[in-house]
Design a protein around this ligand. Sequence first.
Ligand code: AP5
Length: 210
Amino acid sequence: MKIILLGPPGSGKGTVSERLEKDCGFFHLSAGELLREEVAKKTTIGKEIQSYINKGELAPSKFVVELVKLEVRKKDNYILDGFPRSLEQAKQIEGLKVDAVVLMDVSEEVVIERFAGRRICEKSGHGYHIKYLPPKKAGICDVDGSKLVQRADDKPEVIKKRFVVYHKETQPLINYYEKKKLLHRVDASKKPEDVYNEVKKALKLKNKKR
Ligand code: AP5
């Protein structure tokens, strides 16, 4: 199954994707993570991408679209987390099959307090929250024992800009996928466990056999 996760910054796209990857065997592709990996390599392209991320703006589609297409080729089950993020990007992947689009529906007021407590693994990008999804040991990633850090773009002024960009560029996709009868709305203001179960129910997903 090929799924797109759509939603404002902090709506829980990464959190749900990580669980779907673990429980149902999806390949999780986070566009933001892919770009942060490119930044970490300190290549010329990486430096250019960093300037967009740090300002809370979208990186140019020419970098993102080709990277994503390359990652998902030959994969049958994947989640695109945070991609596409504009009508321009959606049109550029019209040849890619999409089975369902999940909208993580939540207000700005609810998600804003999630940012201060967000921590990510500095090595693998796994996400946590100090109150809502704490790691077993404070400051340490459960998965690989690396240090947990705050994201460089989780500063109040950058978060504000990310919301502006979301409303302008990404929200039109709701209508776009609704017209294609692919959209499933999920109430993403609930507890992480409840949101996760709602997504699974909407997509009729079952855990993989172990
Ligand atoms: P990206 O990394 O995709 O950031 P984002 O879309 O702003 O989303 P976030 O990662 O902030 O939030 P999320 O919805 O994944 O929530 P999470 O699960 O972490 O993109 C970053 C940047 O990269 C962009 O600004 C842009 O510059 C660039 N970029 C990315 N994609 C691009 C594209 N396609 N084209 C161009 N540029 C692109 O949850 C947030 C926190 O809340 C966590 O701490 C979590 O533990 C906690 N939490 C999760 N669910 C709940 C819950 N239900 N209740 C309470 N807490 C919760």
